[in-house]
Design a protein around this ligand. Structure first.
Ligand code: FE2
Ligand code: FE2
Length: 340
């Protein structure tokens, strides 16, 4: 755990991190590193680690969030199922930057047949030198549902960040059963926590970080393409084949409840490596982080328009600026049907 007088563990599911109110606070979202750390992934891992290093050095963030699929215990691609070793190597690598970081689970970190389950991975992540991570409430679905509240010198909350496990595959099955979503008990918990914050600070605004995009991201994109002016394009593109969104087949309630609750204004996800779109829908800015993956998707090594990070800057006035940080010099920002 990050050892600093700036960090306080409030309870089993809440941290506060003190920041300077008068300075920009820079959060770097990195997603889908897909590190194999196996015999057959060495070359691609090296490229991924170099990409992450380059983006961190360039952006010099105050805090880093990895939004899932950080490690990839998938034998045909990595040559290993040992996600214990992968997680160990990941935290060793991340700790070397001396920048506090947090993470959420994706659908691949704990792939079927891998050495560790999520609880065991969480133990590893909790022990890392610069990580801010906890398993969260035991009775909730998923592992790693918790809050990191950015606070000022007096302990006033400036920006709550909600970390959520968007789970793996539906019906407890593997890949072919489709993707899961954030479950209702997690939604209930999250909205309850935000309601408490609202009582203290009625105009509080929060961010949520999780791996799988909500269904409403796709809905917003489709509306936007049809010219619906209520959806506001921000940046990026949908570059997955056939404009694919890896959404759940289940009707998750997270987005709808977040709109009703009104505190979450920004959602950051990953999962679809080629998608980098950011738009505002029903008062919430949804952003696909630029991804790192060299190993997961077939031939993705050769693609570059999607590769990079996403820099989220909280300004002293409370405004939030979200920018793509492409690894290369070319990035796709065109979305068909949208005038930019
Ligand atoms: Fe992924
Ligand atoms: Fe994923």
């Amino acid at each position: 755990m990050y050892n600093s007088d700036r960090l306080k563990r409030i309870d089993d599911e809440t941290f506060s991190l003190r920041i300077s109110k008068d300075k920009d606070f820079r959060i770097l979202q990195l997603t889908d590193l897909h590190l194999g750390f196996g015999m057959i992934s060495r070359k691609k891992d090296k490229l991924a680690l170099e990409a992450v290093t380059s983006i961190i050095n360039r952006t010099k963030p105050d805090f880093i969030v990895l939004t899932g699929d950080s490690i990839f215990p998938f034998f045909p691609k990595s040559g290993t199922l040992n996600n214990r070793k992968q997680a160990g190597k990941l935290i060793k690598f991340m700790d070397e930057f001396h920048i506090p970081y947090s993470l959420v689970f994706g659908n691949h970190d704990c792939e079927m047949g891998s050495t560790c389950n999520k609880e065991e991975l969480a133990d590893i992540y909790e022990k890392a030198k610069y990580s801010i991570f906890t398993k969260g409430r035991k009775e909730l679905t998923g592992v790693g549902n918790f809050l990191i509240n950015l606070v000022d010198d007096n302990g006033n909350i400036l920006l709550p960040m909600v970390m959520l496990d968007s789970n793996m595959y539906g019906d407890g099955g593997w890949f072919f059963s489709g993707f899961d979503c954030i479950h209702d008990d997690q939604v209930e918990w999250c909205m309850g926590r935000l309601d408490e914050l609202k009582q203290g600070t009625p105009d509080i605004r929060a961010m949520a970080f999780f791996h799988m995009p909500p269904r409403e991201f796709k809905e917003a994109y489709e509306k936007m393409k049809l010219g619906d002016k209520s959806v506001i394009y921000q940046h990026g593109s949908i570059a997955e084949k056939n404009e694919h969104f890896g959404i759940s087949k289940f009707d998750g309630t997270f987005f709808r409840r977040a709109v009703e609750n009104g505190v979450i204004k920004w959602i950051f996800c990953g999962h679809d490596h080629m998608n980098t779109l950011s738009l505002i829908y029903q008062g919430i800015q949804m952003t696909y982080g630029m991804s790192i993956d060299y190993l997961g998707y077939k031939d993705i090594k050769k693609s570059y328009i999607q590769r990079g990070g996403t820099l989220i800057t909280r300004k002293p006035c409370g405004d939030v600026e979200i920018k793509m940080v492409p690894l290369g010099s070319v990035v796709s920002t065109r979305v068909s049907g949208v005038k930019g």
